[in-house]
Design a protein around this ligand. Structure first.
Ligand code: S3P
Length: 428
């Protein structure tokens, strides 16, 4: 059996780099993910005046930043989390800036964060097309934002975190009501820093998150933590294990229940795994998960399950391709707005490999097969598409190549080496 320590959690890494700059002193953090997306956030924070220094596995982030308007445009690359969280921070600080991204990010909707920020009084203009990057924030007197109660129309941790950051940096009260609770890393980190954050969970899976302006004379506490491994990266390795590439154990991986919805579906599919919770890092439960080759059954996933497995739909699609029976993913129209239109790209690639797959407006219907699968996958520059088909390609009887294998550097630069360790095969 192969044991692999998954690289640091991407969501927590972005948040740590941003939140630590608002602390009263320097933070020291281990295990921040070193990937292209997270580098975009670190670079943006440096442009705004933050000090971020990397030494080995450690990152030192200065607090009490002397904020400045960036001289150059801020380029978020492919990273939606960078763009949306940064917008909240900049709106709260009242800093003038232009934000842009690559072609994929420039197709993704920004109105979901721009609208609530404008309702708070932020001045934001789209520079090319409505609702999309690039956009410009105008300077504003600090302390002049209005407090906000917001109920996003879609389940989105990025929208929630954007508003919390605007409230924190703008020193106003904000409240976000979620019909279905999304990943709560921002809340956990704010709590660790001593911010006045409250989370009221309802029995039907919703949550109301509120943040009061910071009144502590000492300010927010610096962060001292180790970022847990990214469950969404581990998911591809577990999938390779279940698909029969070889038994694998992922170590010190984050097991925050708002992220591990895949395991509930895996259980329903008959996937064999052991999970051992080992403790807490960064206020997040962590542990190890061991996946064994399994005979899989089809599954049903709907919108209620989605927030806790939103990044795992590509993994579920390739598991479905090898499961007995038909699997259905519904209520997942948000997947069309990710790094690629994941429903279309998954359906196109599964079809190309010979898997019967029907694309619906809000999901997929996939008929599993044990026939040999072979072909070249077009991943549309989407890291999670590349890794999902990498995992499928490592399964016995499959020969799959991926057209832009290097795009895994967005979130998991060592993915192909780790996969190779499990399967011992030529994966990419
Ligand atoms: C993320 C939230 C999710 C997820 C993305 C990272 C985050 O997006 O898909 O990969 O770090 O907050 P949405 O909040 O838009 O669903």
């Amino acid at each position: 059996m192969i044991s692999i320590e998954t690289p640091g959690d991407k969501s927590i890494s972005h948040r740590t780099l941003i939140l630590a700059t608002l602390a009263a002193g320097p933070s020291t953090v281990q295990g921040i993910l070193r990937s292209v997306d997270v580098r975009a956030t670190a670079e943006a924070m440096r442009q705004l005046g933050a000090s971020i220094r990397e030494e080995g596995d450690e990152t030192r982030i200065g607090g009490q930043v002397q904020w400045r308007a960036p001289e150059e445009e801020i380029d978020c690359g492919n990273s939606g989390t960078t763009a949306r969280l940064l917008l909240g921070l900049l709106a709260g600080l009242g800093i003038q800036a232009v934000i842009r991204g690559d072609a994929s990010l420039s197709r993704r909707p920004m109105d979901r964060v721009v609208y609530p920020l404008q309702a708070m009084g932020a001045r934001i203009r789209y520079l090319e097309s409505d609702g999309r990057l690039p956009l410009a924030l105008d300077a504003r007197r600090s302390g002049s934002l209005r407090s906000l109660r917001h109920r996003p129309r879609m389940a989105s941790a990025q929208v929630k975190s954007c508003i919390l950051l605007a409230g924190l940096a703008g020193r106003i009260r904000v409240e976000v009501s979620e019909a279905r609770a999304t990943r709560d890393h921002t809340e956990r980190l704010l709590d660790a820093m001593g911010a006045a954050i409250a989370v009221d969970r309802s029995t039907d899976g919703g949550a109301v998150v509120s943040l009061e302006p910071d009144r502590k004379p000492a300010g927010l506490s610096p962060l001292r933590l180790r970022v847990p491994g990214d469950f969404s990266s581990a998911a591809f390795l577990l999938a390779a294990g279940w698909l029969g590439a070889g038994e694998v154990q992922v170590l010190r991986v984050g097991l925050n229940p708002t992220r591990t919805g895949l395991l509930d579906v895996a259980r329903e599919m008959g996937a064999r795994f052991d999970l051992v919770e080992e403790g807490f890092e960064a206020r997040e439960p962590t542990g190890r998960v061991r996946a064994m080759p399994s005979r899989l059954r089809g599954f049903d996933v709907d919108s209620r399950a989605l927030p806790h497995l939103v990044d795992e739909i590509p993994v579920l699609a390739v598991l479905a391709a090898r499961a007995v029976g038909v699997s259905r993913i519904r209520g997942a129209e948000e997947l069309r707005l990710k790094e690629s239109d994941r429903l279309a790209v998954l359906a196109g690639n599964l079809g190309r490999l010979g898997v019967r797959c029907r694309e619906r407006a809000d999901g997929l219907e996939i008929e599993g097969t044990d026939a040999p699968l072979a072909g070249r996958v077009r991943c549309a520059g989407d890291h999670r598409i590349a890794m999902a088909f990498g995992a499928l390609g490592a399964a016995p009887g499959c020969r799959i190549s991926v057209d832009e294998a290097s795009c895994v550097s967005i979130s998991y630069p060592s993915f192909w080496q780790d996969l190779e360790r499990i399967s011992g095969s030529e994966a990419a």
